[in-house]
Design a protein around this ligand. Structure first.
Ligand SMILES: C[S@@+](CC[C@H](N)C(=O)[O-])C[C@H]1O[C@@H](n2cnc3c(N)ncnc32)[C@H](O)[C@@H]1O
Length: 316
């Protein structure tokens, strides 16, 4: 396979199952186990052993049976399954959010993407899949032990080092490379501390996505972006996916629905020296009242601030 094959390093394999590959075994209750196929080895269960050789050479989608009669369905793991089952040191971005990030941040084959932090490498895998072997993903992580877990997770899934991936150790704001990037994704506690660094390398029209877990982080990063002026008015959203159970007349929401994960704050980089036009809008009552301590957006004029603070104290 050539390095420029768009499927190269995607982690997707087809054809008969081979020794050295991971497979997912799913039992009749839907419980899943991962197995690294190794010729001559036996997988032991409470209902007897299963020879790896019974799986090697078979197509995906076969059913294999242990000596004691336990049946398993066999498939190669998909990227979205791997992202939530791989070893993790830090919380991962879930597939539902990663999918939305790829679309909203307009990640394309060949894109130059910056990502920080790396955590366990879940989003790195999704980004590498989308940019392909002709893109560049530069990921920054300040904790060495997390970076090592991420590297191992990525290399295990794609089958070795990915030619499009650079993983740098350190605080993004301090070690960021001076290289132009098309897209930036920040998944960290304090993305506002890295905005100036990202602004220095993000191409005009480039997209910045900040993934944050709490409403206070969301508010702070949005007001910092508004105060900066070099980014368009940010938007904030949350992805909700609901599983359903459908069986005869029993059709209802499933029990496996993921609760809150995080918020996506999206914005675009303005041209050099151009300041984003101010939104002609008064701040919501109390928005920047006496208890507010964050950055003040440029569209909040002193008279608005005064009126806002007076109104907030009237409301009590
Ligand atoms: C929630 S985890 C990222 C998870 C990752 N997106 C994934 O899908 O696996 C946040 C990571 O950001 C790292 N981090 C926080 N601030 C950072 C900074 N300024 N520069 C680099 N890494 C940072 C933390 O060490 C942590 O590993």
């Amino acid at each position: 396979m050539s390095e420029l094959d768009p499927a190269a390093y995607s982690g997707v394999h087809t054809g008969p199952l081979r020794a050295g590959e991971w497979v997912s075994l799913t039992d009749a209750k839907g419980h899943r186990k991962s197995l690294l196929l190794d010729a001559g080895k036996t997988f032991h269960t409470t209902k007897g052993g299963l020879a790896h050789d019974d799986i090697i050479g078979q197509p995906e989608g076969v059913v294999v049976t242990t000596v004691g009669g336990l049946q398993y369905l066999v498939f190669r793991p998909l990227l979205n399954e791997y992202m939530v089952s791989m070893p993790r040191e830090a919380a991962v971005i879930y597939p539902k959010d990663a999918a939305q990030i790829l679309m909203r941040a307009d990640i394309f084959p060949g894109a130059r993407v910056l990502e920080a932090g790396v955590g366990s490498g879940a989003l790195s895998l999704a980004l590498l899949r989308a940019i392909g072997p002709t893109g560049q993903l530069h990921s920054y992580e300040r904790r060495a032990e997390f970076a090592e877990v991420a590297r191992a997770n990525v290399e295990q899934f794609v089958g070795g080092p990915h030619p499009s991936w650079t993983l740098s150790l350190g605080d993004l704001a301090e070690v960021i490379e001076d290289e132009p990037i098309d897209r930036a994704i920040l998944d960290m506690l304090a993305p506002w501390d890295c905005l100036e660094a990202v602004a220095g390398v993000l191409e005009p029209g480039g997209i910045l996505c900040c993934y944050v877990a709490t409403t206070t982080q969301m508010g702070r990063v949005m007001d910092t972006l508004r105060a900066d002026g070099g980014f368009t008015e940010p938007t904030a959203s949350e992805v909700m996916v609901r599983d359903w159970h459908a069986e005869g007349l029993a059709i209802r929401p499933g029990h496996a629905t993921t609760a809150h994960t995080g918020f996506l704050v999206m914005t675009r980089r303005m041209a050099p020296g151009v300041i984003a036009p101010l939104r002609k809008r008064r701040p919501a009552p109390g928005a920047y009242g006496p208890d507010y301590v964050g950055p003040i957006p440029r569209n909040v004029r002193p008279e608005h601030l005064e009126a806002n603070r007076t109104r907030a104290s009237e409301l009590g």
